[in-house]
Every structure is written in structure tokens, then in C-alpha cells.
Design a protein around this ligand. Structure first.
Ligand SMILES: Cc1cc2nc3c(=O)[nH]c(=O)nc-3n(C[C@H](O)[C@H](O)[C@H](O)COP(=O)(O)OP(=O)(O)OC[C@H]3O[C@@H](n4cnc5c(N)ncnc54)[C@H](O)[C@@H]3O)c2cc1C
Length: 465
């Protein structure tokens, strides 16, 4: 696959598709279109990072950053869950379907899939993998940061989630170099000294990855993870554990359309399962397909209650850590090197010797001062207020070309993934795929959900193939 120059490519037919963003969603959609198209079509896939197929999740080169889904369930295509495990075997990698493998290998698999789909496409069906940052979208074309234009008779935004944002009280302090806004930026942790105190804001999967990165670079200082509830992601069951049977979300679906009723039904199921029944993880997994239906059935006020009270529990049970990753965190807690703190930051005061003191309101009462030479934002995808940090999204919002949902989780689209403009009308030729679909689906982050969206969007774009 050779990146083409935008200038070499000005002609476009009305069917052609420009995909902005070459992470998982962009690649999955490009592959689905290339596979499906039977008449001439050009799929342009433009990515601002040096490589396609990596995105935020699979661009890491750190071998300790593992997939949080076993390899055997990470296939690119719906109906071919085993595709990635097969790729590992075919390329001589020493891992099997039950293993949690380094995420960089998944990025290589996506690149191989993109190249294979381009090679095998029907004659006249073409992929142009382009390099560039889209700054603005206009009818029929997209403007790049270098001033060039790309034809875009039909356009799909696959630009991922919004950037992480610092909590309000930290925004002024966070301008200093020792505050790491984007932990995935290559070299983001390079300046951290072996004995420096580090505060990780957040205690989810990103925070666990940063703990592992610090360990691997020989860091010996104190690490504090701070989050609302101070909860770590639960661990997946051990490698090779067979999923238990009979897990069934029917009782939850049948529960009255209130959050309280559904939570009670789920708890009853877990309690009733007993030692020989389904594992709680399988019960939760069995809710996966039904989650969008459950979410859409909740009134807005109930969704807001979920976010206020239940989200930390949902996140830590639903988005689990690979067993070796969680084991490393448990060991760091046991040794005292890692502290887990539940609360919220009130303010940060600079310290003359360098670094700062963070003043934390502890959950359950009391104040705590936490010294930190470095503060790393591990809070993950940002809220709607963070959209303005990205030039493309800032413009889309200012021009009323997209509409954020009432809870600020993501953006609104119709059933064909068409973007809704500020006035609620679908933009006829502009679509979105990726984690911002959580506004309407709640779960729209992981590969198993996103590959379904890619297939559905390809069908909407090419109804007759
Ligand atoms: C750290 C991490 C680990 C994860 N691990 C797993 C896992 O193990 N298993 C699993 O199922 N899911 C995992 N996920 C979830 C899931 O795979 C990701 O959410 C998924 O990669 C989302 O893909 P995306 O393409 O929508 O967004 P992204 O991966 O964010 O990709 C968006 C791409 O668009 C590009 N882009 C953005 N704006 C522009 C622009 N204006 N012009 C050009 N290009 C642009 C970006 O450079 C980026 O490459 C993980 C997520 C993260 C963040």
C-alpha cells in the first residue's frame, strides 16, 4: 500500500467515499466497502498519523500494552471472529486464540487486512491510502491542513473520540510540561525520572497501561491513581478459561424500563448463578448485543442517573483488563509502590522545588495532599466540551454541521449513520463511525461493536453492492 498524494487525485465519481481517519473504524469500513463494491468505486482513506491501521489503540509499540479481548475474538469481519488468531498463526506468532497479545500486533493485522482487501477488490474498485489532516468539510470536498482539497462526494468521519480533557480545577496548572495531556503521544513519558512521584488521573485501562510503561522504563517512584471511586478494572478470567454456558440477558431485558429494576434483575441473576452457574463475566457479556436497546429504552433522566452512579461500576466490570495487566497492578499495590485514591481534585499548587501538590477531596470525607512531580491524564475519551480542542470538530460544531447529544457523550446520527446537523436534519452525504456513537448505543468502543457498525455503514453506502 503506497500513500498517494492528494494532488495526484482530483477526479471523483459521485459514488466515491472519503473516509477521514485510518484507525480501526476507518480501516474496517474501507475493507467492508472494498469487499462489497461490484461497480467502479474509489475509497479514499486519509490519516494524519504516519501509519494507517493503528489509531489511538494500536499505535503503541510497548509490548506490555495488551489487547483486553482474547485474540480469538478480534477478527476484523463480523462472522469471522477468529480472523486475527489465524493471522497470528500464519505469520508465525507464538500466540493462540485465548491469549491477550500485544496491541501493536493487532495494528499490523489491520494493515495486512487493508492491503489484502485492496488487492482482492473487483477491478475498478480502488483504495487510495492518503496522508494528511482534514481541517474542514464542505459539500463535496474536504480541506487539508496543507491547503489542498480532497474530493468527497460522500464523506465518513472515522476520527475516533474527542481528546481527553483536564478537569476544570486543573486546567491552569496543566499548561506545564510535566503535565501529560496525551499519554499515547510517542515519548510522552520519556522525561519522567526513575524516582519521580507520578499521579495518574484515572484508574482505568489507560492508567494500567501507563503503570506498566513506567515499570518497563525502570521507574521506582511512588505512583498514585486517582479516580471518582478508586476502582480498578476487573480482570478477565485466566488464559484459556472456557466461557460458561447459559448466560442469558433475557431477565434484564424483561425487567421494567428503569435502571433500578434492571440492576436488580442483573444482580439476582449473578446471585442465583451459584458456583456451577454462569460466571458474572458471561452474564455481562450476554448483555452486549442488547445494550443499545436497553440504553435507547431508558429515559434521558435515567441515562443521566446511570452516568452519575453506575458508570464507574459498568466500566470496570465491562471493560476488563488482561490478566497479566491486572496482576501487575495488584503486585504494585501489594508492594506499596501504587496507591489507589477515590476522590476529586480541588486544586494543584506549584512547589518551588518542581512539581506540585494536588489537593484531593476524598470520597467519603477528608482532604488529602498528594505530591506529584508528574501528572498524567488517563481519563480517556473526553466529553463534548473537549471537542473544541480538535480543529476539525471545532469547525463542525461552530458551523452547526453536527449535533452533540443531550448528555454530551457523543454525536447524533440516524439509522444510516448519517450525521445530524444542529437543526436535527440528516446530512445526506456525511456519516460517522466510531466511539462517539456511544450517544445512541452506549457501547460503541470495542472491536466487536465497531465491526458491526462498519458492515452496516458499508451496506448503507453501497446498498446494491
Ligand atoms: C488504549 C486503547 C486500547 C484499546 N484496546 C482494545 C482492545 O484490546 N480490544 C478492543 O476490542 N477494543 C479496544 N479499544 C477500543 C477500540 O478498539 C478503539 O476505540 C478503536 O480503535 C476506535 O477506533 P477509531 O478508528 O474509531 O478511533 P481511533 O483509533 O482514535 O482512530 C481515529 C484515527 O483518525 C485519525 N484522525 C483524527 N482526526 C483526523 C483528521 N482531522 N484528519 C485525518 N485523520 C484524523 C487519528 O489520527 C486516528 O488514527 C481500545 C481503545 C484504546 C483507546
Amino acid at each position: 500500500m503506497h500513500p498517494a498524494s492528494p494532488t495526484s487525485d482530483s477526479a471523483a465519481s459521485g459514488r466515491d467515499v472519503l473516509i477521514v481517519g485510518g484507525g480501526f473504524s476507518g480501516v474496517a469500513l474501507a475493507c467492508a466497502l472494498l469487499r462489497r463494491a461490484r461497480a467502479p468505486l474509489c475509497v479514499r482513506l486519509v490519516e494524519r498519523a504516519p501509519q494507517h491501521g493503528r489509531g489511538l489503540a494500536y499505535g503503541t509499540t510497548e509490548p506490555a500494552h495488551l489487547l483486553n479481548v482474547p485474540a480469538g475474538r478480534m477478527g476484523l469481519l463480523p462472522g469471522d471472529e477468529g480472523g486475527f488468531a489465524r493471522h497470528l498463526a500464519e505469520t508465525g506468532q507464538p500466540w493462540g486464540a485465548a491469549d491477550f497479545v500485544p496491541r501493536a500486533l493487532y495494528g499490523s493485522y489491520l494493515q495486512a487486512q487493508l492491503a489484502a482487501h485492496a488487492r482482492q477488490a473487483t477491478p475498478g474498485v480502488q483504495l487510495l491510502a492518503l496522508q494528511g489532516e482534514v481541517l474542514a468539510c464542505h459539500p463535496g470536498r474536504a480541506e487539508l491542513a496543507d491547503g489542498q482539497w480532497l474530493p468527497a462526494p460522500r464523506l465518513v468521519l472515522a476520527t475516533g473520540a474527542w481528546p481527553a480533557a483536564w478537569p476544570g480545577p486543573l486546567q491552569a496548572a496543566a499548561q506545564q510540561p510535566a503535565w501529560v495531556a496525551d499519554p499515547w503521544r510517542p515519548g510522552a513519558l520519556a522525561g519522567i525520572g526513575a524516582d519521580d512521584d507520578v499521579l495518574l488521573l484515572g484508574s482505568g485501562l489507560t492508567a494500567l497501561d501507563m503503570l506498566l510503561s513506567l515499570q518497563r522504563q525502570g521507574h521506582r517512584g511512588a505512583v498514585t491513581m486517582l479516580s471518582r471511586r478508586g476502582l480498578l478494572p476487573q480482570a478477565h478470567r485466566g488464559l484459556g478459561a472456557a466461557p460458561s454456558t447459559h448466560a442469558d440477558s433475557a431477565a434484564v431485558l424483561a425487567a421494567p424500563g428503569s435502571l433500578r429494576g434492571q440492576l436488580r434483575a442483573l444482580r439476582r441473576q449473578v446471585a442465583a448463578a451459584g458456583p456451577d452457574g454462569p460466571d458474572w463475566r458471561d452474564l455481562l457479556t450476554s448483555l452486549r448485543e442488547a445494550t443499545p436497546t436497553l440504553w435507547q429504552a431508558l429515559p434521558l433522566a435515567e441515562r443521566a442517573r446511570f452516568l452519575r452512579h453506575l458508570q464507574p461500576f459498568w466500566d470496570t466490570h465491562r471493560h476488563r483488563a488482561a490478566p497479566p495487566v491486572r496482576a501487575a497492578a495488584d503486585e504494585a499495590l501489594r508492594s506499596g509502590r501504587l496507591q489507589l485514591l477515590a476522590g476529586r481534585v480541588l486544586r494543584a499548587d506549584a512547589v518551588p522545588a518542581g512539581g506540585c501538590t494536588l489537593h484531593v477531596q476524598r470520597r467519603g470525607g477528608g482532604l488529602q495532599a498528594v505530591p506529584a512531580r508528574w501528572v498524567i491524564n488517563c481519563t480517556g475519551a473526553g466529553p463534548a466540551q473537549a471537542a473544541g480542542l480538535d480543529a476539525l470538530w471545532r469547525g463542525l460544531l461552530q458551523r452547526g454541521q453536527v449535533r452533540v447529544d443531550a448528555l454530551g457523550l457523543g454525536i447524533e446520527v440516524d439509522a444510516q449513520h448519517r450525521l445530524l446537523a444542529a437543526d436535527g436534519q440528516p446530512q445526506p452525504h456525511w456519516h460517522y463511525i466510531g466511539p462517539l456513537l456511544r450517544a445512541g448505543h452506549w457501547e460503541a468502543t470495542a472491536v466487536p461493536e465497531l465491526r458491526q457498525h462498519a458492515q452496516a455503514l458499508a451496506q448503507a453506502l453501497l446498498p446494491a453492492g
